[in-house]
Design a binder for this molecule. Structure first.
Ligand SMILES: Nc1ncnc2c1ncn2[C@@H]1O[C@H](COP(=O)(O)OP(=O)(O)O)[C@@H](O)[C@H]1O
Ligand SMILES: [Mg+2]
Length: 272
């Protein structure tokens, strides 16, 4: 049988704090090439190769702010030409910016309460400390911690920024899904080093929490990461639903977990 042709999109030069994304891609593509014909490519160079591929896998391409027009025209071509992609470009979360945080707040999901105007601060829990982030931001670009007075002075009312209470959480954790299966969870025991992750032994309630967002979202096929924080009262709150190109920290999980992940990933690609 003919091997599937995979166009694997990534930015091997992406500079992420405390991590080298390309090492993960080298590992993953090393495994994929045992089953598929794989070529690696930066999204900015993808157009000329797309039509040849049976499937385009969108991976560690970094923040799309750096190549917004390229990204938008790529997504348009995916839709117009019906290109097969993994993830599918059908999500409601991060692949469309951070608007979904407002949507989920409105729908009473367990998410950090979010508004997009200083006029709506009274809809948030009472606090003196806020987090402000650009609606189309990622990788903490433009993220600021502000006091109540600073928020008032900024006049943040144009809908371009999201405003949240600053959560004094215990720790942050992430749940990694392939399609609708939770593969593993990791947490950051040291709040000052959020990229230093350890295995997290999740409870049934934790799984239910994370699954809620996967069920809410409309990704048919793909990898998603549910980022959350554990508030002081013990509740989990969603920080981010990464449905475009979540970094997986795959080289930091134990070998058995990683092997299961790769088997599931290969099967998911085979069936995409
Ligand atoms: N409301 C908040 N309260 C406390 N910390 C926050 C809040 N929002 C974000 N952070 C901190 O900033 C980090 C980056 O925020 P996030 O919303 O995930 O944006 P990005 O898209 O830049 O990853 C989080 O991992 C968390 O440590
Ligand atoms: Mg984040």
């Amino acid at each position: 049988m003919q091997r599937k042709k995979i166009l694997y999109l990534t930015d091997l030069n992406y500079q992420a704090k405390g991590r080298v994304y390309s090492e993960e891609d080298i590992y993953i593509t090393g495994k994929l090439k045992e089953i598929f014909d794989v070529v690696l490519c930066h999204p900015e160079c993808a157009e000329g190769f797309e039509d040849e591929a049976d499937l385009i896998v969108f991976r560690n391409t970094g923040s799309v702010i750096g190549y917004k027009e390229t990204y938008n025209s790529f997504v348009n071509r995916v839709k117009q030409k019906g290109l097969r992609t993994f993830n599918t470009f059908t999500g409601k979360a991060d692949m469309n910016g951070k608007q979904y945080l407002l949507d989920l707040t409105g729908e009473n999901y367990p998410v950090i309460p979010t508004v997009d105007s200083a006029d709506c601060l009274d809809m948030l829990p009472e606090t003196d400390n806020y987090v402000v982030k650009p609606k189309d931001g990622a990788d903490s670009i433009g993220l600021e911690f502000l006091t109540k007075e600073e928020v008032a002075v900024r006049g943040l009312s144009g809908g371009r920024f999201l405003i949240q209470p600053r959560i004094d959480f215990e720790y942050e954790l992430s749940f990694y899904f392939i399609n609708d299966k939770l593969e593993y969870a990791l947490y950051a025991p040291d709040k000052t080093k959020r990229w230093v992750l350890r295995q997290y032994h999740y409870s049934d309630d934790d799984l239910l929490f994370a699954k809620k967002f996967i069920v809410w979202n409309t990704i048919d096929k793909g990898i998603q990461r549910v980022d959350a924080c554990r508030a002081k009262d013990g509740r989990l709150l969603l920080v981010e639903l990464e449905d475009l190109n979540p970094y997986l920290s795959l080289l930091e999980v134990d070998e058995k977990t990683r092997d299961v992940f790769m088997t599931d990933f290969i099967n998911a690609i085979d069936n995409a």
